[in-house]
Design a protein around this ligand. Structure first.
Ligand code: AMP
Length: 112
């Protein structure tokens, strides 16, 4: 089981900021911006390239919920970035799908 599944099933602690039946969001332990949250499915999907057609509604709901999470964290108007790292070149370090939500600073483009 990955560390994120352990968080989803409350086996290890995390600062959870939002939850639905099948996904949740919690603060990144090593934040790269003043607001840095990870949105994860509770079921194990290793990465976006490992998602199946049947996962599309869940993934869509996670994306739509990012607005509610941004609102709750007070960054809906100031702006935020969603990032999904897939594979070694992208810097994926935890093999459980997660959407980064980064906000509260000016984010460079293109990303590093
Ligand atoms: P990635 O590099 O895209 O796979 O992102 C993994 C993220 O998970 C990193 O930003 C880590 O700081 C974060 N992370 C790792 N372990 C934990 C944890 N126990 N609680 C919260 N965030 C974590």
């Amino acid at each position: 089981m990955t560390i994120f599944e352990k968080i989803a099933y409350r086996e290890i602690p995390a600062d959870i900021v939002y939850e639905e039946d099948d996904f949740l969001a919690f603060r990144d332990v090593n934040p790269q911006a003043p607001v840095h949250v990870l949105i994860i499915p509770k079921k194990h999907i290793p990465r976006i390239a490992g998602a199946e057609e049947a996962d599309a509604p869940l993934l869509g709901r996670m994306l739509v919920a990012s607005k509610k999470i941004a609102q709750k964290l007070g960054v809906l108007e100031s702006g935020y970035r969603l990032v999904v790292n897939n594979g070694p070149d992208a810097g994926e370090s935890v093999p459980h799908l997660h959407i980064h939500l980064l906000a509260k600073r000016s984010l460079a483009w293109p990303p590093g």
